[in-house]
Design a protein around this ligand. Structure first.
Ligand code: BGC
Length: 811
């Protein structure tokens, strides 16, 4: 069942009922000011950091679901309704929500009144603009009252939901005409404030939540709206809000438009007051002036739309498969931008106060983003590397505002260092800019110990070389990619964090997955050494990679598949010898995509085992058989009920690894089959089972052991976005950036047909036509570049041309 449809021309998903199985959300903002917005106008805004600079308040884990947002109420006689349905939930005569790229549109119709809301964050501004157009479609005049409503968050979202003994006394506002300023804590340590304003004279306002709602009322029945009159309350402590009242008279057929701006302003520390106790508002007035008229709003909106159009032109496919085209050209890349911006901080499942920017997460997010805005990827690599420790290991997360490592979340995840190599290599392959390797980068934000980035990569590499266990495989530390495989933790008491409890390192527990990563990214590191002219380091790296390869074949192979790990007793994890958890997906995918066991014939066996033991109609499960009891020596992985999360859920993130592995083996049919199973556009029809948004990936889909097999959870912020884009764009469709130039080597289903790709790479536009006359799955027989046949399948990079036409013929 569907709850809407794709509108590919508009690049929108159109939701046609507010009653989606879960809130279906969108993200507004690209740089500093961000909003989450659901299909019923729920959500919140923040600037730069969802924990430290939260602008409006949201209530996680509350009822009704999706509680609090930025609402417009329309009072038409005794009928009170919202264009986005919530919070009054008055039945609408018509409803539509269009989530687009960086904007959302809502249409609500009730009793002949049509309201259209457009909401977006303009480029390069710290505000959200919402324009509401109200039209009287009847033949009699209408006297309406329009109310806006946002609830301020007292900045630190974590403190805001805990520290009531203080916070109920700190709230402060100022009101000047239509502009409501939120200035809590401005008097002392802050120099920022927020404003909510509208481009018309108002007929009233409220800034005290109590006055607006009335005691014991929820957002669904505010007293002020019921009574049709604001009280002009000025908040003092408690919960400040911003409400505007506009009385709207509409002749038959008449439409009126109002522009609301929610802005965030930072003043100079030394120049923050207008007069004693009165905030300086010049910057706010300037901001509001930028969005005073419909023309200004249209212009800002057009700039945003054009921005996305131009970004998405960097990789564009035209095939006979509209679902692939839609995901590749629009939604997958869009999600890559969002995961790049948010990492794992703020979604409807990440509260914005727990996790921040993940070291491994952000390095992986880069993989799907770097082609869009390489400069931002470059800056991010430096930020990430700046939190690395001197021994090459890393904080697992850092805070977006301070960019400092977050000790509360822990460290010692031994895969982390290698992801830095992965991200840096992707950046250099994309841009050719190896100057990044010479950038001086601190360790743990300490500038006094800064070294060139290349040296950070060396320490990443050496960390693995110097942390091996009894089988010469990498020690796992607290965990590897699978945060829940806690082989040194031994947590027996509730409340102990699996991520921080126990020793961060044990001398025995080893990870075959990290070994696979080391083989893959060790080789990429060796190539970077060569690029820098450091032959000796390249040779040393390749020698270490070879040792690791051999170690995996010797002690990481179980007969039919790769072992997952060795635990702290040196017992196998993910082996046929185990009672539960006999086979895991991660080493199968990563070892094979790294090329391990390909020539020995083991890779094919591993893939066959995945198909036989882990595959389902909704995707490949992370392990089987599920753990049915808690294993002290394995940790969190065995804490989940069977079928959920890391305990035999379909963890979408590593499905593309297996798909890529299949392309390494040349099986395009199977690679594509795997791609399709978790691909949102392909499962749109089962939205009532899948539940999460049909335009983005979720972290997890419940596995076959779970009661709700096929149900998605934790949508949006997942490495699945970047890895799937990498898979489809670089391996299946086959346009892979190498250090020398773009390589063209698709691996597609026999029946996929011919296709074209436009790829902007290092400033050159490549129009690539791929022909497959004999329906092969892999293999490029000839490559013609601007009419000249070239050997191999790498297009030699030549920046003297702006456009290059390529024909690749498969055979
Ligand atoms: C984390 C990833 C991790 C994955 C598997 C996600 O929630 O953000 O870093 O690799 O779970 O445990």
């Amino acid at each position: 069942m569907k709850y809407g449809h794709f509108d590919d021309d508009a690049r929108e998903y159109v939701i046609t009922t507010p009653k989606t199985p879960l809130p279906w959300i969108n993200y507004l903002g690209n740089q500093e000011f961000f909003s989450l917005i659901s299909n019923t106008c729920g959500g919140y805004s923040f600037c730069k950091d969802a924990k430290l600079l939260r602008i409006t308040r949201y209530r996680y884990n509350n009822i009704p679901y999706d509680n609090n947002g930025k609402y417009f109420y329309i009072k038409d006689g005794d009928t009170i309704w919202n264009p986005g349905w919530q919070p009054t939930k008055t039945t609408l005569d018509e409803y539509e929500c269009r989530h687009g790229l960086g904007y959302s549109k809502f249409k609500g119709v009730k009793n002949g009144v049509e309201a259209n809301v457009l909401t977006f964050v303009p480029m390069n501004d710290r505000c959200e603009v919402s324009r509401i157009r109200i039209k009287n479609t009847t033949s009699t005049a209408k006297e309406l009252k329009l109310f806006s409503y946002v609830e301020w968050c007292l900045w630190n979202a974590d403190d805001d939901e805990r520290n009531f003994q203080r916070n109920l006394s700190t709230g402060e506002v100022e009101v000047i005409d239509s502009a409501i300023f939120h200035k809590t804590e401005y008097r002392e340590r802050r120099n920022h404030f927020a404003v909510y304003s509208v481009n018309t004279k108002v007929d009233g306002f409220d800034t005290s939540r109590e006055s607006f709602l009335g005691p014991y009322n929820g957002n669904d029945t505010p007293d002020v709206v019921t009574n049709g009159a604001c009280t002009n309350s000025v908040a003092s402590g408690w919960s400040p809000v911003a409400v505007h009242q506009i009385n709207v008279t509409l002749a038959p057929g008449e439409e009126k438009s109002f522009v609301f701006v929610l802005g965030y302003i930072e003043n100079d520390e030394n120049d923050k007051w207008e007069s004693h106790g009165v905030i300086k508002k010049d910057l706010a007035w300037e901001m509001l002036d930028r969005y005073k008229t419909d023309e200004q709003v249209d212009k800002a909106f057009d700039i945003l739309v054009d921005y996305w159009k131009s970004l998405l032109s960097k990789y564009h496919v035209k095939s006979s498969n509209d679902k692939v085209d839609r995901m590749v050209n629009i939604w997958n890349q869009y999600q890559c931008m969002v995961t790049f911006n948010m990492s794992r901080s703020a979604s409807y499942y990440e509260s914005g106060i727990g996790r921040g920017m993940g070291f491994r997460d952000s390095c992986q997010d880069l993989l799907g983003f770097v082609h869009l805005i390489p400069d931002r990827a470059r800056a991010r690599i430096i930020d990430i590397a700046s939190t690395q420790f001197q021994d090459g290991s890393a904080y697992h997360q850092y805070q977006p505002l301070t960019k400092k490592g977050n000790a509360d979340i822990g460290s010692g995840f031994n895969d982390d260092p290698l992801w830095l190599i992965a991200g840096t290599s992707a950046y250099i392959r994309e841009t050719g800019d190896d100057s990044i390797l010479d950038e001086m980068v601190p360790f743990d934000n300490d500038e006094s110990v800064a070294t060139p980035l290349m040296n950070h990569l060396k320490r990443s590499f050496d960390y693995i070389v110097n942390h091996k266990g009894p089988h010469n495989l990498p020690l796992i530390g607290r965990a590897d990619w699978n945060d829940c495989l806690n082989l040194n933790c031994f947590s027996a008491h509730p409340g102990e964090s699996f991520q921080t409890f126990g020793p961060s390192e044990g001398p025995v527990a080893e990870s075959v997955f990290i070994a696979g990563m080391f083989v893959k990214y060790g080789e990429e590191y060796a190539q970077l050494c060569e690029l820098k002219g450091d032959k000796a380091d390249a040779e040393y790296a390749r020698c270490e990679v070879q040792k690791m390869y051999d170690a995996v074949l010797k002690d990481g192979w179980d007969g039919e598949w790769f072992i997952r790990a060795y635990d702290a007793y040196s017992h196998k994890v993910g082996s046929k010898e185990c009672e539960e958890g006999q086979i895991f997906i991660e080493p199968q995918g990563f070892c094979v995509l790294a090329g391990i066991g390909v020539k020995e014939g083991l890779a094919k066996k591993a893939m066959d085992s995945v198909k036989e033991k882990l595959d389902t109609k909704y995707g490949i499960m992370i392990l089987q058989p599920a753990y049915t009891k808690y294993h002290l020596e394995l940790g969190e992985v065995s804490s989940y009920p069977p079928g959920y999360k890391e305990n035999a859920g379909i963890f979408c993130h590593n499905n593309p690894w297996v798909s890529i592995a299949e392309t390494v083996l040349g099986d395009g049919d199977r690679a594509f089959e795997i791609y399709k199973k978790t691909c949102p556009a392909y499962i749109e029809d089962i939205s009532e089972i899948h539940c999460t948004e049909p335009y983005v990936y979720s972290q997890m889909v419940a596995g076959k052991d779970a009661k709700f097999f096929g149900q998605g959870k934790n949508s949006w912020l997942t490495g699945t976005a970047a890895w799937t884009f990498t898979n489809i764009s670089q391996y299946i469709l086959g346009i892979y950036p190498t250090l020398e130039g773009l390589s063209v080597n698709p691996c597609i289903p026999a029946e996929f047909g011919d296709f074209n790709i436009t790829r902007v790479y290092r400033g050159v536009t490549y129009n690539i036509e791929i022909k497959n006359p004999n329906k092969v799955q892999k293999g490029v027989a000839s490559l013609t570049v601007d009419g000249v046949e070239v050997a191999g399948n790498v297009i030699p990079f030549d920046d003297s041309k702006k456009t290059v036409n390529v024909i690749a013929t498969m055979n």
